[in-house]
Design a protein around this ligand. Structure first.
Ligand code: S3P
Length: 191
C-alpha cells in the first residue's frame, strides 16, 4: 500500500529522491542501479561518498576509527547529499542506528526498506569480505541479531517496505519504480 505522504500535521515533504534502506545483502545497490537506470535518475551510494571523502576503504575506517567513527562519516555523507535531486540513494545498512539520521533520511526523499530474511541475506553476502561487521565466525547469527535490533528502526524510517525474498532483482526494481512513480505523482504542487 502506498502511504499518504501528505500528513496534514506535518509540513508537506517535497520528494525528489529515492532512499533505499535495509540490511547488508538486501539488494540496495543492485536494485538501486536498476531503478535509477529505468527512471533516468542518478545512482549514489553513501558508502562510496564516505570512501571518497575519507580517502580510505570502509574496512580501513572501521579498523582505524571504530564503528563510532564510521557513523560520523555516514551522517556527514547524508548531509552532503541534502541538495541532490532525482537520485536513487543506497545507504549503508546501519544508517538507521543513529537517531539523528532519521529526519535526514526523510528529508532526503521517499524512503524504501528492502526487507529479506537473515538466511537470504547471509546467502547474498557470504561471497564478500568487505563488510567489517560480518567478519566473524557466525555472520548468519550476526545478520539475525542486526535484523532484530534494526527492524523497528527501518520500519520507522520507511515510507514503503518491500519483501524481496522471492523476487528477482528485476521484479523488485520494477515494483519499486512503479510505486515511486505513483507516490511522486500524488504530491501536491509546491505552493
Ligand atoms: C553496515 C553496512 C555496510 C557498510 C558498513 C556497515 C552496517 O553497507 O555501511 O560495512 O552497519 O550494516 P551495506 O549495507 O551497503 O553493505
Amino acid at each position: 500500500m502506498i502511504p499518504d505522504l501528505q500528513d496534514s500535521t506535518q509540513p508537506a515533504r517535497r520528494l525528489n529522491n529515492i532512499v533505499l534502506v535495509g540490511l547488508m545483502g538486501s539488494g540496495k545497490t543492485t536494485v538501486g542501479k536498476l531503478v535509477a537506470q529505468s527512471i533516468g535518475f542518478n545512482f549514489v551510494d553513501t558508502d562510496d561518498v564516505i570512501t571518497r571523502a575519507a580517502g580510505k576503504s570502509i574496512p580501513d575506517i572501521f579498523s582505524e576509527e571504530g564503528e563510532a567513527g564510521f557513523r560520523v562519516h555516514e551522517t556527514n555523507a547524508l548531509r552532503q547529499l541534502m541538495n541532490e535531486q532525482q537520485c536513487v540513494i543506497a545507504t549503508g545498512g546501519g544508517i538507521v542506528t543513529q537517531p539523528h539520521n532519521l529526519p535526514l533520511l526523510k528529508e532526503l526523499g521517499y524512503v524504501v526498506w528492502l526487507f529479506a530474511t537473515p538466511e537470504i541475506l547471509h546467502a547474498r553476502t557470504a561471497h564478500s569480505d568487505e563488510r567489517p561487521l560480518l567478519r566473524n565466525n557466525d555472520p548468519a547469527g550476526t545478520l539475525r541479531s542486526l535484523l532484530n535490533a534494526r527492524a523497528p528502526l527501518y520500519q520507522q524510517a520507511c515510507d514503503l517496505k518491500i519483501t524481496t525474498d522471492d523476487l528477482s532483482v528485476h521484479d523488485v526494481a520494477y515494483g519499486l519504480a512503479e510505486s515511486v512513480r505513483v507516490a511522486f505523482a500524488q504530491q501536491k504542487p509546491a505552493s
